[in-house]
Design a protein around this ligand. Sequence first.
Ligand code: FAD
Length: 418
Amino acid sequence: MNILFSFILLFSASCVVSYTIQDQFYQCITLHSDRSIPFSTAFFTPTSNATSFNSVLKSTAQNLRCLTPSQQKPLLIFTALIESHIQAAVICAKELKVQLRVRSGGHDYEGISYTSEMKRSVSFILLDLAKLRAIKVDIEDNSAWVQAGATIGEVYYRIAEKSKTHGYPAGLCTSLGIGGHITGGAYGKTDRLLDVMNHSFPELGLTQKDCIEMSWIQSVIYIAGYPSNIKPEFLLQGKSLFPTVNFKAKSDFLRVPVPVTGLQGMWEKFLQDDSPMMIWNPYGGMMGKISESSIPFPHRKGVICKIQYLTAWTDGDKKTADKHINWIRGLYEYMGTFVSKFPREAYVNYRDLDLGMNRNANSNFLEASVWGKKYYKNNYDRLVLVKTEVDPDNFFWHEQSLPILPFKVGQDGKSLIH
Ligand SMILES: Cc1cc2nc3c(=O)[nH]c(=O)nc-3n(C[C@H](O)[C@H](O)[C@H](O)COP(=O)(O)OP(=O)(O)OC[C@H]3O[C@@H](n4cnc5c(N)ncnc54)[C@H](O)[C@@H]3O)c2cc1C
């Protein structure tokens, strides 16, 4: 009897296998997916094949600053092949209590779609949508259905393929992912240069002879800064022609003109960096006619222009990074006197973690309002209500995600969620 008992004990001990989160995620996806679509090649882990894991991680990552060894990397990358993989990934990550980060085009300024800046270690899975890039353009009803992983350049190409008279103003950089770009606002340009110049600056005497005539899709290539011999088909590669670099950026909105002395001080600061850049996008026109509360993007009536400050560098040395980051922080501090106030507005698509960060998944409404109000102004409160309603467990969270309220506001008053 004793011998039999020890045998059973030994046998069961040898059967206790500890599965890693990666194994469990794979098994869970298998359970929740259509098995007629093979997907074993859609998983990448640093332990099974570090080379392909790193190559997929870097494939669309735009900011090298976010790929340094100190940055927390995903436990696993899952490149969804069909839409139901996304649902399966959410179910499985929830079941395993592991965070899910979503990446479309990888252009997040702080890289939070593929790495983590949290001070405490965070285990997360990267759901990469780069393989979901179908585009259906319907010229008859002026609509396009686009999967989140497609790039804006591919959308431009597909529109131009169907029509010589249609266009779509979105990002200037053609490798931007639809998923992150559109959800954050997405500005671009349409060309009414002659009208605008002749109306606002007639003294410059701009005429049609000073312009180069080209098709809309050619202008996309031109504005992206690509050489003129690049064919529009290049856009289908979903890549930029330019190499990736380390960068840090910040943004502001201007509501009153900067006085000349202010501009002089700005130039002095500006020239202290070896790769400074500033982009001032004019506002007004239609931008000012849409109500601040009609969509989350609130920077409307009264805005003269948006300012983006940017600095970039190529070497991965920490000293170099610190030098550039300190410089841009100094410039931003200086500009505080001249730009919008209460709140000092910022463009959410130019994510800036200097504005503040959630400390963990128990993000706090008041703490998050510091950056939330800058990005969304009064829409922040409404967005938090929506978030509380659709994601009461705050499953989708990251450094600057919207928080949830600790209570739910219903018709019969407040009830506690947590
Ligand atoms: C070189 C460059 C040029 C740019 N030019 C412009 C410009 O001309 N105009 C402009 O408006 N902006 C511009 N941007 C900013 C750009 O719009 C944002 O960085 C945008 O968030 C990028 O989207 P993405 O899908 O490529 O990035 P990602 O890094 O994949 O995603 C950005 C954020 O959105 C989330 N996200 C991604 N996909 C989804 C999804 N399907 N569902 C929910 N959340 C999702 C991510 O988790 C992350 O938080 C530029 C950025 C760069 C780096």
